[in-house]
Design a binder for this molecule. Structure first.
Ligand code: HEM
Length: 493
């Protein structure tokens, strides 16, 4: 027998064994997935047992929440979204996931956000989170923020002035743009003691352009963790620099600003980071310089378009419905000329408007993914093994017609006597240990922003200038949702 002949006989034998092993493996995996997988009983589309690729594609094309919502509509409050992913709209299950115990930790989705810069937002380690949160909480508490109110109000007054100027020169003000400048300049001022001055310049500066681009790539990173190291180093088409270059540039700028804040501390002792720059220690714990910088960067990203897009949708929803607008204007007429946020907290209608905008137009519409603790858990009537990803999305929780009748209607009056289910279903700021840290700051900006806007422009309405129409305001459901046309033109009569 020549060598070639012997080799081909061996090869056929080998192929036979490999083929049989492959078939057996596929059979075992299939039987396990279909009959013995603990998630097999959870309803959902057939392909979700095998892959989450559809969810990823929909999320990347900014329609993820709509896709998941349709599945909930078809299959119920617990729906299989992938081999190890489950969508949850069951209220008690959602409460269990987002508890103060914090035993459902954030998933790898968050590694994309603030890539390679661990901070209070993206950390998966409960101990790191506890320490960061403890040190960051006090300066951003409702009580501490009181001292910062004059600086916030100054930014809002400037915003209203700039909107008024644009209404005169252009015929309408793009409130989407101005609210974005306001929220970004405000969080810059409160974090670094230095505004980005976009309100004065009327345009986005390079630093914020970097942050927006980093945000855009990060939303890809949340879905495609494996490609992130590549995306991080290469320059994508349309980008002037790689993510790494932009990200390093952002940190260099943040370090310089925090150093300056440290030098000017005496005159700026009322800000979010002053005590931390001074080396705040609580019960022997503190944040390192790098942790401080990464958290400061996190604040700029988390505290700008979230607040501004909520303000944009509140403004638009009132301007397109004069009856609702007039109700707010009437309430605001009773305010003293020198009103403060304390007066606004007591205004029922204003607060119903804000609550309804947070419900109807959630700016973080996607599921907030968490891992089931390693010992597994009973959720919504099903047993889920440890490390299953569970996702509770505001987009669906806020649209449950049994909890919110006519969910698509913007109706602030529904908050006059809210039911327990309504309150428990609200996920606009997340929940439990990971609830939004900037929530009180956001509320101050929302209250002051709307009050000043509608006192200055009581007859404001949606403009039709430059072809502006309702479709412009359809939410593009990215990590942070925004109007799909990136504009919202408002005019005065
Ligand atoms: C209307 C405005 C805002 C909305 C709707 C909003 C929404 C949210 C949501 C839903 C989460 C939870 C994310 C998750 O669990 O995955 C969150 C977390 C967070 N937000 Fe906000 N946010 C707003 C404004 C702000 C502002 C102004 C800041 C300023 C610093 C901020 C800072 C943070 C931080 C630091 C976290 C992480 C908290 C943690 O994990 O412990 N947010 N926000």
């Amino acid at each position: 027998m020549n060598i070639l002949h012997a080799f081909s006989i061996n090869n056929v034998g080998l192929l036979h064994y490999v083929g049989t092993a492959l078939i057996v493996t596929v059979l075992v995996v299939t039987i396990r997935r279909l009959f013995f997988d603990p998630l097999a009983k959870i309803p959902g589309p057939w392909y979700a047992k095998w892959t989450d690729v559809v969810l990823k594609i929909k999320s990347l094309s900014a329609t993820g929440p709509i896709y998941v919502d349709k599945l909930h509509e078809k299959y119920g409050p617990m729906v299989r979204l992938g081999p190890s992913q489950v969508g949850v709209t069951d209220i008690s299950a959602a409460k269990k996931i987002h508890t103060v115990k914090g035993d459902y930790v954030k998933t790898d989705y968050y590694l994309g956000l603030g890539y390679r810069k661990e901070n209070v937002i993206n950390t998966q380690d409960p101990e790191t989170h506890r320490r960061h949160r403890k040190l960051l909480s006090q300066p951003i508490s409702e009580r501490s923020l009181k001292a910062m109110e004059p600086q916030i109000e100054e930014k809002i007054r400037l915003t209203i002035k700039r909107m008024g100027e644009e209404m005169k020169t252009r015929g309408a003000a793009d409130v989407y743009k101005w609210w974005m400048f306001m929220a970004t300049d405000t969080i810059g001022q409160l974090t670094f003691g230095e505004s980005f001055h976009m309100l004065e310049r009327g345009e986005v500066n390079t630093e914020i352009k970097d942050i927006q681009l980093i945000g855009a790539v990060s939303s890809i990173g949340t879905q495609l963790k494996a490609v992130m190291p590549i995306l991080y180093h290469i320059r994508l088409p349309g980008f002037t620099d790689s993510l790494k270059t932009m990200s390093d540039r952002q940190s260099t700028s943040a370090i310089a600003k925090l150093q300056k804040l440290g030098e000017e501390m005496e005159s700026k002792d009322q800000l979010l980071f002053t005590k931390l720059v001074k080396g705040l220690t609580m019960e022997g714990e503190s944040l390192t310089g790098t942790e401080l910088v990464y958290n400061a960067e996190g604040y700029i990203a988390a505290g700008s378009d979230t607040t501004s897009n909520t303000l944009t949708y509140s403004t638009w929803a009132l301007c397109r419905n004069p009856e609702l607008r007039d109700q707010l204007v009437k309430e605001l007429e009773n305010l003293p000329a020198d009103f403060t946020d304390e007066h606004l907290k007591a205004l029922p209608y204003l607060n119903h408007v804000i609550q309804e905008a947070l419900r109807r137009f959630p700016v973080i519409p996607n599921g907030l993914p968490r891992y089931v603790p390693k010992e597994g858990a009973e959720l919504g009537g099903y047993w889920l093994p440890g490390r299953t990803t569970v996702m509770t999305q505001a987009w669906s929780m806020h649209r449950n017609p049994e909890v919110f009748p006519n969910p698509d209607e913007f109706n602030p009056a529904r908050w006059e006597n809210p039911t327990k289910e309504m309150k428990d279903s609200m996920m606009a700021f997340g929940g439990g240990t990971r609830i939004c840290l900037g929530m009180h700051l956001a509320y101050i900006e929302l209250r002051l922003g709307l009050a000043h806007f509608f006192r200055t422009f009581p007859r404001a309405r949606v403009s039709t200038l430059e072809g502006m129409k309702d479709d412009d305001m359809i939410q593009a459901l990215h990590v942070v949702a925004s109007p799909q046309s990136h504009r919202c033109l408002i005019e005065v009569l």
